[in-house]
Ligand binder design. Sequence first.
Ligand code: GAL
Length: 385
Amino acid sequence: MAALGAGLLATGLASPAGATDDDGASTTVEPFGTTPEGTSVERWTLANGEMTVRVLTYGGVIQTLEVPDADGEVGNVVLGFPDLAGYVSDDDPYFGALIGRYGNRIAGGRFTLDGTTYQLPLNDGPNTLHGGPQGFDDQVWQATPVGDDDVAALRLELVSPDGDQGFPGTLTTTVTYSLDADSRLSIHYAATTDAPTVVNLTNHTYWNLAGEGSGDVYDQTLQIHAGAYTPVDETLIPTGEIAPVAGTPFDFREPTAVGARIREDDQQLLYGQGYDHNWVLDRTDDGAREGSDSEDALEEAAVVHDPGSGRTLTISTTEPGLQFYSGNFLDGTLVGTGGHVYRQSDAVVLETQHFPDSPNHPDFPSTVLRPGEVYDSTTVFALAH
Ligand code: GAL
């Protein structure tokens, strides 16, 4: 599975509209509006077996992801907006988006690399969040269909110039979404740089296995294969401690309802207004990136299950960390794809990643990428019912 999407060739291109095969995988395209700057945006539809995924070239957003429930009823299980305006707006909470150059927070927007200190623009109180105010979620990516008869796949490319959002180095990033016939959506990330920099890429999909806009996810169970997490300060920056989850509301080693402990009087939950933390995944390797982590294995990280619909999401990754964010800041002001208002905990976000603020924590797995190295990371979302 790790190789899925990494080396797929563009085959079967029947027309400029994309690669289609009525009997199996299909990858098709349609216009999805124009940004305020005048750039055209496309929406690509990847379909295979029972699953259909819609991906926007704006932010590489997963706009919808449709799968059947236990009764065969097809539903969209991710939060999103019906049109481009929602995604372009400053109010977009990163629905479904690709996150870069650096997923989660960098303290004070500042880090030192090889003796040079870099100051990034701040966009989350005193910190930089998700790559800064114009992160990868706000960029229009170049899309190429790369699927074949068995796999629906789309390659997205973005060149981020030296100094973009304050980061050093020209970063060339390729993200490939691949959907196989067994309802497995693989995301393969690759990046290279022409100067030393830091990189931490992820995807920010909000999952509600009972269906987008169906209410809170408190009864859905979550299992995270992690014996430790990284506690945070009041601005959600890791303190540097790797704390055991045992005996805390952060222990998801056994499947546990998301809402079972979310309102406990726990300082960490109060800081996050719910769960908004990085779990240190139990890995058979250490998940550290030394030049390239392509040798890191794809290992199961988390499982979400909705008893009502019977749907199960299993997440596997090569990454060492997982941010579990319980949609705490959804406040009823956004209306989603199905016309419903989104409120707190209407979804879980499970972001595979290196740890937040790693550039300021030398003992965390390194996020440094140097010229000649290839950033290489894979996450697989497998849906079952
Ligand atoms: C999460 C982050 C949260 C919040 C959210 C977007 O990844 O951890 O604190 O910023 O993104 O609303």
